[in-house]
Design a protein. Structure first.
Length: 155
């Protein structure tokens, strides 16, 4: 009889977790937040998340790499790192991914800038507008100056 009551309330916690994970990757902390609304037992939730990690369904590393892959083409390292932190990815993994992003930051910023503008700014107002555009996407200021052809920072 107890099973019928559980069925009427909706899918089991594991079924919900698998349904979420079948749509996209999740960080452990993010999935815990989502599933936390459906259970009052935090130990059961932790046990489920441990099982999902052991079975290979849940991987924060895979989530982080997926997010970086999706965002790297359009966003800078600072914005991607901030989003990883929001999703609960630990600092050690973020550090590894940040190093890879920093290595390609100039090329990615140049590609984003070329797609939007393609011409060097003619005056200070245009320079400021283009710099804000790149900064809003999370690119570092030194990279923005290089992309926009600012010679003030050169040796």
């Amino acid at each position: 009889m107890g099973d019928r009551v559980a069925e009427k309330r909706g899918p089991s916690l594991k079924a919900r977790a698998v349904a979420y994970l079948s749509r996209r990757e999740y960080a452990r902390a993010e999935l815990a937040r989502k599933l936390g609304a459906h259970t009052e037992d935090p130990t059961a939730l932790d046990a489920l998340l441990d099982d999902l990690e052991r079975e290979g369904w849940l991987s924060t590393r895979r989530f982080a790499e997926s997010l970086v892959h999706r965002r790297a083409e359009r966003q800078g390292a600072a914005r991607i790192v901030q989003e990883l932190r929001q999703h609960g990815v630990d600092e050690a993994q973020i550090g590894e991914l940040r190093d890879g992003l920093k290595a390609t930051e100039y090329e990615r910023a140049l590609a984003v800038w070329n797609k939007r503008y393609g011409e060097r700014p003619a005056d200070r107002a245009a320079y400021a507008k283009q710099a804000r555009f790149l900064a809003a996407r999370g690119f570092a200021h030194d990279v923005i100056h290089r992309v926009l052809g600012d010679d003030r920072d050169d040796d």
